[in-house]
Write a protein that binds this ligand. Structure first.
Ligand SMILES: Nc1ncnc2c1ncn2[C@@H]1O[C@H](COP(=O)(O)OP(=O)(O)O)[C@@H](O)[C@H]1O
Ligand SMILES: [Mg+2]
Length: 221
């Protein structure tokens, strides 16, 4: 694999294109589907009120509850497509929001430690780190059946380090083999690309009681 500077620039541009596309899709979904769902819900509520005591009453009620469910799942999809909280509140708050979601909906006890100021980092590096932590937490649950994780971030003048520990089952191969394995997804490859794009280092290792993902990114002074 080439280590030329143009290679890193290309990966970074490619990742930015993908993220921009995801942002566009999230906005389209939000505007088109969100508005129509709200309109259907309002119509069903009206029908519900007007049909009290008649046969249409329970049908209208179930349309309201179905649209509510669709709204909730659309919002979680939008959040995965593009975490808009990142644009508004920066990386620290977005990671807190992510671990709250993971604890609530994926049953993973999660602890976050941040040392230093994350919000001064370049915006696309913040997005890269968010995506890396998001994938590592999803993998911890999906593949490791982990019940607890620790996410630690350290920012100094020269570097950003990101660690995700989990208490799940051990890895059965090294990182390169996991990425090369044909049945595997693109999650670890995405992490590797994001780390390479920022000239960073990546390690994924077994510990006595779980698994540790470490990334470090040099920061320009
Ligand atoms: N936290 C983890 N614990 C155990 N195995 C893992 C973990 N993360 C990844 N793996 C292994 O690496 C493979 C590739 O992961 P990934 O690229 O994220 O693909 P996907 O999640 O779509 O299967 C997984 O299929 C799994 O075997
Ligand atoms: Mg994955």
């Amino acid at each position: 694999m080439s280590e030329q500077p143009e290679y890193h620039t290309l990966i970074r541009q490619n990742l930015m294109l993908i993220e921009n596309e995801r942002r566009e899709i999230a906005f389209e979904l939000h505007n088109e589907i969100g508005q129509n769902l709200t309109a259907i819900r309002t119509a069903a509520q009206l029908m519900h009120r007007q049909s009290e005591g008649r046969q249409t009453h329970p049908v209208a009620e179930s349309i309201v509850s179905l649209t509510d469910q669709m709204y909730t799942s659309m919002h979680s999809l939008l959040h995965r497509l593009h975490p808009s909280i990142l644009d508004k509140f920066g990386l620290s708050d977005s990671l807190l929001d992510l671990i709250t979601f993971v604890q609530e909906y994926m049953g993973l006890k999660c602890h976050l430690d941040v040392m230093g100021n994350l919000d001064g980092l370049p915006e696309d590096l913040q997005l890269a780190v968010y995506r890396i932590v998001q994938e590592a937490l999803t993998n911890a649950v999906r593949h490791g059946q982990a019940t607890e994780t620790d996410v630690k971030l350290f920012v100094s003048k020269d570097a950003l380090q990101v660690f995700v520990y989990n208490n799940g089952t051990q890895l059965d191969s090294d990182l390169d083999a996991l990425i090369r394995h044909k049945s595997s997804g693109i999650g670890l490859l995405g992490i590797q690309h994001r780390v390479q794009a920022w000239h960073g280092d990546l390690a994924f290792k077994n510990l006595d009681d779980g698994v540790k993902l470490s990334c470090s990114f040099p920061l320009a002074n």
